[in-house]
Design a protein around this ligand. Structure first.
Ligand SMILES: *[C@@H]1O[C@H](CO)[C@@H](O)[C@H](O)[C@H]1NC(C)=O
Length: 401
């Protein structure tokens, strides 16, 4: 997709032009599709087991060999098959039962106490410390990648739900809501539409959530309608964890779009990796995979040095969630031989055909050896006066490039 100058008079200009860092899609297209999930309507809790931490090392290493990445789609969720029920009594609900004016989805939606609970929890006081409100009082629960399990709560308690999220080291978000469930397991012949009960559910996620993915609006179980209301979503504010051998994370407003090094006029962009959420499962694991891949790329480059000059070192890796029309797809890692300041983080997303691909939760990590010697390059308006202006030849030193 890079434009090439064919007119020879412009050849020199073309060489000097920085390598653009638009979102590239080759690896995105090659990656397995992310697995989208939602909390099931039956049961009262579910635990999700993630792959062992060591799997991330394997995934990161695999991304820097010449062989194609393994298509190791991991369906880590139990898929519940649809079956007819047996009229057995279901666990008692945890919220108030709605029977006025009648026991119906419309009465459930209209029930004032549910609206009040969701609205009160959407205020600054109702939002747990360390979290931000993503959406409130919707009639759908989250359906997206990186499902980390759920439990029922005895009240619409956002603090309790936040603490359930906090108990999982990779949790990034939680969704709390009222669900209309049947008192008996519906059976087409004997109990097609039993009286309802109300469950208050708390679901945790390994990615941030948003209104666009609160689309799981319920289901029919025979004639009984499972519906949802008062659905509030909250995202964790914390930056991702620090990574061994790197400084950061430095929060960015978008992806970096760096020019050439301002002193040497050389390109610093080393290409990218992409990890589907079906491979890394969570945002935190994806961030770790990016930094591991950066290190593995440096090692690979030094084992395969160029015929002249020094091998490139991945000194900065910029990580972010790439979403297609608000649906998170995976973690994108852009690699640089020099560290750029957040002033260059100007790529918030781009169109591909009619789809908008957006950048979110962007952070930069820098090789700690590199950042002990150099600051981030900042040579545009708004940079602090004493900013590093470049010219270190990818950390190998002045005059070596
Ligand atoms: C940092 O860069 C050095 C080369 O200068 C490299 O040997 C080392 O592996 C890098 N560290 C990380 C964590 O990538």
């Amino acid at each position: 997709m890079r434009s090439t100058f064919v007119v020879s008079a412009f050849a020199a200009l073309a060489l000097a032009a920085p390598r653009p860092q638009d979102i590239e899609f080759d690896l995105v297209d090659a990656a397995p599709d992310p697995v989208v999930s939602a909390a099931p309507f039956t049961g009262s809790s579910e635990t999700v087991t993630l792959q062992p931490a060591a799997a991330v090392v394997t995934i990161a290493d695999a991304s820097v060999t010449d062989t194609a990445t393994t298509n190791d789609k991991r369906d880590f969720l139990e898929v519940l098959g649809k079956r007819d029920g047996d009229c057995s009594a279901q666990p008692k609900g945890t919220g108030p039962t709605v029977s006025t004016p009648d026991d119906s989805p419309s009465s459930f939606y209209a029930y004032q106490a549910f609206q009040d609970a969701a609205t009160n929890a959407a205020t600054a006081q109702g939002t747990p410390q360390g979290y931000s409100l993503a959406f409130h009082n919707l009639q759908g629960s989250s359906q997206t990648v990186s499902y980390l399990g759920y439990k029922t709560l005895s009240s619409y308690d956002t603090i309790a739900c936040a603490s359930y999220c906090d108990q999982h080291p990779q949790c990034q978000a939680f969704n709390i809501y009222f669900e209309r469930d049947p008192t008996l397991d519906p059976n087409a012949d004997s109990c097609p539409n039993p009286p309802s009960l109300t469950n208050i559910k708390c679901v945790r996620w390994g990615v941030q959530i948003q209104a666009a993915t609160a689309v799981n609006t319920g289901e029919h179980r025979d004639s009984f309608e499972v519906v949802i209301t008062g659905s509030n979503g909250y995202n964790k504010n914390a930056a991702p964890p620090s990574q061994t051998g790197f400084t950061g994370p430095v929060e960015l407003g978008g992806a970096i779009n760096a020019p050439n090094d301002p002193v040497t006029n050389t390109n610093t962009y080393m290409g990218y990796k992409f990890f589907s959420f079906s491979t890394v499962q969570t945002y935190a694991a994806g961030v770790q995979a990016c930094t591991l891949a950066c290190t593995a790329q440096t090692a690979y480059n030094s084992r395969h040095p160029p015929s002249t000059g020094k091998p490139n070192v991945c000194n900065q890796v910029v990580v972010y969630v790439l979403s297609d029309e608000n649906q998170p797809q995976g973690i994108y890692c852009a690699m640089y031989s020099e560290e750029w300041a957040s002033n260059y983080a100007t790529n918030y997303g781009q169109y591909r055909g009619s789809d908008y691909w957006s950048v979110s939760q962007a952070y930069a990590y820098t090789n700690a050896t590199y950042s002990a010697s150099y600051g981030p390059i900042c040579a545009v308006g708004g940079c602090p006066d004493n900013s590093f202006r470049g010219g270190n030849c990818g950390g190998w030193g002045v005059g070596t490039c």
